[in-house]
Write a protein that binds this ligand. Sequence first.
Ligand code: SF4
Length: 339
Amino acid sequence: MPAITTIPQLVAAGLAAPDQAAVLEDVAQEFRVLISPAMQGAMTAEGVARQFLPDPRELVIHPEELRDPIGDRAHEPVPGLTHRYPDRAILHLTQTCAVYCRFCFRRETVGDAGTLPDAALEPVFAYLAATPAIREVILTGGDPMVLSPRRLGAVIARLSGLGTLDAIRIHTRVPVVAPERITPAMLAALRVDIPVWLVVHTNHADELTPDARAALGRLADAGVPLLSQTVLLRGVNDTPEALEALFRALYRLRVKPYYLHHCDLARGAGHFRTTIARGQAIMAALRGRLSGAALPTYVLDIPGGHGKVPIGPGYLAQGPHGWTVTDPQGRTHTYRDPG
Ligand code: SF4
């Protein structure tokens, strides 16, 4: 089954009504369409379909929405590298992905410039070598795991060889949306002298098809440390039940839920955003009914490139007689510091 990249293919596959084709063409002109074979197979689940099917509501652009919502471009010392925090840098190896998600905060750039050419990597490696304060390089995109194992492995080996990094981190959707790419060659590419952590982007338990579960199993068996990141999406996963099912499934698959992102101010993604109060209420409901090891941190990327911060809910407040602490059932208690 080939990937779907056009509206006629979407209509032919029965995933869009013919009378919607014209308006969906307008959407596709603005934001690319790409649905992998694995996700086409999971389209019967609403929580999956909404993430990938173009929607006329994407043509509604709100004034607060931004082309670069998390400010990648504001911290780019050399093309392809974002250096926002002193000890970490993001390397945008490719702008290509295995799917194009309808809420993506990089939707203005994904699919654009293809893969960073070898010549463009040289200034990146020179900057990293001259900046030993950078202890971790995060490969993101696009999706670095759409690259061949040979090319990805060469970059990882070169980063490991710098001798200044504690770890490499790869942010990817591939193990879930294109699990067939997790081959022995890909596993071998991840094996270098320093740890390569994988942060798997997944938003709904129904994305975790048998093939995706098997791919995550191969990664865990190969000793690759696995974390997850999830975007809080209205109509997809904005209930305690949906997120509990996802985080439980990930925990069983040896993937530690790491971040729950509040949906960024990406253009045309307003119908996916819910409120921070709703996100906090969901997190409060999950605490106490889900192991702490299976609970991610709920975070907001402050628009404009000012960094990522946890956004609660808070359990601690300063009172007249020390701290007031709220337990998972909502009861309050007093705690005093020594002295
Ligand atoms: S895979 Fe990641 S980078 Fe690519 S479109 Fe989806 S969210 Fe964006």
